[in-house]
Write a protein that binds this ligand. Sequence first.
Ligand SMILES: [Zn+2]
Ligand SMILES: [Zn+2]
Length: 131
Amino acid sequence: MPPGRPKPLIGEDLHVVHWFGAAPWGPALEPKYEHVRAARIPVPVGQPCYTCREPIEEGDDGEMVVALGGGMEAPTAQSMPQHRECSILRVVGHELGVCGCTGYEGLALREAGIEAARRLELHRVGQWPPR
Ligand SMILES: [Zn+2]
Ligand SMILES: [Zn+2]
């Protein structure tokens, strides 16, 4: 196998991430990471979030994700928006102590996502976990 980065398996006109918001909110969305092929889209106002089901509002940050359904007999794939905070919740919610097995099942998903994003920011500046 020749050295170097593997060729992407996607076409030139396809993107890996469709994101929305005022500015890139994650490192992978920065234009300098060309291999990620991120594209900014208009805020999908009124569409339900994939995770918390609350409607996306003007001013929200987020990304489009693929929702699979239909089972093996008739599989379907649908593009749905997801709040930035809800993406954080899904990826590192457990590590940040914001999930069912760490006692946060009482929080609505939207609130849990906002709490996860808050703790991730504290972690970024070295203040999480609290001492
Ligand atoms: Zn959400
Ligand atoms: Zn957990």
